[in-house]
Design a protein around this ligand. Structure first.
Ligand SMILES: [Zn+2]
Length: 491
């Protein structure tokens, strides 16, 4: 019997699809599993798919899901109707390959003793380096007499080495353990060090290699645990499977002829632009649609930042004295936006949301650029934000960010600087600036609390003198307020 899926205990209350079906056809939904911590759960809103405590379940009521699994299996066994069984999906695995590139299989064939493992002191068996791979002899190692001819570890008589090599899956199933002690000479890895460093905190890989590789890696780890090498149970604590690069809707492949050589793009746009584009174009776990337009768009964005910075740092500093005081409100708003962005980018990067991190940096730069051009912020505040943009963009566009940093005249290199910190106080109560559109055109910006409700936004927007000017006493046909984004008015 199988647990965990809806197959055995499927009732509409505990499987979302069954729940939706029952809702659609107005069937009764009876909850029989309840939150284990005694909290309430509204089954009218969605299915309860967690494990918990059984209720309304006859003799099983009061047991936890886990206890109930055992009780049900026991019951079925008594009735000769079933029982508990562990299913393994790992099948027998032929690990030998008829090719050169692979770890040699440490077995020799002796006429007297048969198949004999190479003695521990002679491990690892290394591949011969003088080899001419002509594709004629398969396996390739069968052509290398100096490799094949050896002596039997048991009787010391003449023996011949195995000429197949191991499937690369064999080594990829435990290589991460070796990373903990790369210089260790007396075995695969040093168990103490592997125990210290493992499990891998964050594992990242493509979906194509994920399934078998993960199954094998976990299997190897559990075998090593069972034979007492270490106590490690799982090799990887977290897994991220990144999406593939697709072009014109298809996976990039040589046979389809739709590959793009990243080197060409790097020569044209620079590595920072290409990297920024790739991180920006899609969430990391989703497929990324390659688009030269997109690369070009990112190139233009970085160009805008660069030209802004060149102009900004080149301008004489004396002219803007006093501006800071006149424009106090917008300066605070910019500082708030800067700190809010530092927090968002930091948290996004930590959870691999590079695309939203980059768009937050873009938004911050756009705000800076607008406020600076309309002279609503002074140099000091603008500088603070521009330096923050350089530091935030650094992980994605390091060369570009270092150049910005140097341009600013700040000392040192970003690579040696600690990650930028934010000040929660700077934005907790601070107001933000959002555009007001009248008949689809932005007419002014208003400042308001990020949590302001529609009524407040309406009041502020309609009392703004420039907005009033454009409304010109006409009737308001439609008023839309998107919190933290914009106000849109139709007259
Ligand atoms: Zn022998």
């Amino acid at each position: 019997m199988s647990y965990g899926t809806g197959a055995v205990m499927s009732v509409p209350a505990h499987d979302q699809r069954d729940w939706e079906f029952a809702k659609e056809y107005i069937l009764p939904i009876k909850q029989v599993i309840f939150p284990g911590d005694g909290s309430t759960f509204d089954i009218e809103k969605e299915a309860f798919t967690e494990k918990g405590t059984l209720g309304d379940s006859g003799w099983l009521s009061g047991f936890t899901s886990q206890e109930a699994f055992g009780k049900i299996a026991e019951y079925l066994r008594e009735k000769s109707a079933g029982g508990a069984k562990t299913n393994y999906r790992l099948r027998d695995w032929g690990i030998s390959r008829q090719r050169y590139w692979g770890a040699p299989i440490p077995i020799v064939y002796c006429e007297r003793c048969g198949e004999v493992p190479v003695s521990d002191s002679d491990l690892p068996v290394e591949l011969p380096l003088e080899i001419d791979i002509d594709g004629e002899r398969i396996p390739a190692l069968s052509a290398i007499e100096s490799f094949i001819a050896t002596s039997c570890p048991t009787c010391e008589g003449p023996a011949r080495r195995e000429t197949d090599t191991m499937d690369t899956f064999v080594e990829s199933s435990w290589y991460f353990l070796r990373y903990a002690s790369p210089d260790f000479k007396d075995g695969m890895f040093e168990p103490g060090k592997a125990s210290y460093w493992l499990p891998v905190n964050q594992y990242i890989g493509g979906i194509e290699h994920a399934i078998l590789h993960l199954l094998y890696s976990r299997f190897f780890t559990k075998v090593l645990r069972d034979i007492g090498v270490f106590e490690l149970d799982e090799p990887f604590a977290n897994l991220l499977t990144q999406g593939m690069v697709v072009k014109d809707g298809a996976k990039m492949s040589k046979s389809l002829g739709n590959t793009v050589d990243p080197d060409d793009m790097i020569v044209r746009y620079g590595a920072d632009t290409v990297r920024m584009f790739m991180l920006f174009a899609a969430p990391v776990e989703k497929d990324l649609e390659w688009s030269e337009q997109g690369v070009n768009g990112m190139f233009r964005f970085l160009g805008r930042v660069w030209r802004f910075a060149v102009g900004f740092f080149a301008e004489p500093k004396d002219e803007e004295q006093g501006l800071e005081l006149q424009a106090g409100g917008k300066a605070a708003a910019l500082t708030a936006a800067t700190n809010r962005t530092i927090k968002k980018v930091t948290e996004d990067i930590e959870s691999f949301k590079f695309n939203t991190a980059i768009s937050a940096i873009m938004e911050l730069f756009n705000e800076l650029s607008t406020l600076w051009k309309e002279k609503s912020v002074g140099r000091e505040h603008a500088r603070e934000t521009l330096l923050a943009v350089a530091r935030l963009i650094y992980p994605m566009a390091p060369h570009f960010a270092e150049e910005l940093w140097e341009l600013s005249g700040e000392s040192g290199n970003l690579v040696n600087k600690e990650w930028i910190k934010w000040d929660e106080g700077a934005f907790e109560s601070a107001e933000i600036t959002i555009p007001v559109r009248v008949n689809s055109r932005v007419r002014n910006q208003i400042s308001l609390s990020p949590d302001a409700d529609e009524e407040t936004a309406r009041e502020i927007a309609l009392s703004d003198s420039r907005v009033k000017e454009y409304i010109a006493g006409r009737e308001i046909k439609n008023f839309v307020y998107v919190p933290k984004r914009l106000v849109d008015i139709r007259v």
